[in-house]
Design a protein around this ligand. Sequence first.
Ligand code: CA
Length: 246
Amino acid sequence: MAQISGSEVLHTEMASLKPAEKTLLLVEDDRALAEGLAFTLQQSGYSVTIAASRAEALAFQRRCVFTVCILDIGLPDGDGFSVCRHIRAAGDTAVLFLSAREEEVHVVRGLELGADDYLVKPFRVGELLARVAAVLRRRSGSHDNGEVIQSGGIVLNLKTGRVRQDGNEVFLTPTEYRLLATLMKQQDAIVPRERLLDALWDSQGRVVEENTLSVNIRRLRQKVEKDPERSRRIETIRGVGYRWIG
Ligand code: CA
């Protein structure tokens, strides 16, 4: 990791921000890690603001809107989850959690709060850059006007319940439709299995079993993937859930 002086990195250019610039809030209490990451992110064109605590993060978040927030889970004055909740309530900032190995089991909670992705420490900085870029790409590639979700050649009309792929109608069962709608609404985010199971409760209130979820995902892939064996659109996040890539 590059050694650089803290003042250089911590210098925040919020006052001179051009609107089109990618603004990034980095919430991380490990100063050396934060400075190293900030340096690399700045080299990649992000304008970086560092917060070393929950309180600092919330103060910055109240003052400006960020394109993306990289959020450490373990902070000296609380956890990253509550910061995520504030960010989600305030707007459209993408959120990527950083988690220590022992916190990985809690990552699902972050995803349930609407985080887009997570990385477990230690990670390569190139991996972080790739993940942040992917999250932003997916966000700009999706279009959701409240009635129609459009992504990756699939158009899902929430009002009529019809799904089209490259202009052709795709015929889905109600369960497959609910799955697809839940995944597409959360484009760019990992949707935990529990949340998908909640969405699949049938009209009689019967609980849907885990196995039913897997079967329906497989059927859905056969209908919306060009090559279901090498799924591109519905990514499996092992042990956690699924993600719509589009
Ligand atoms: Ca920490």
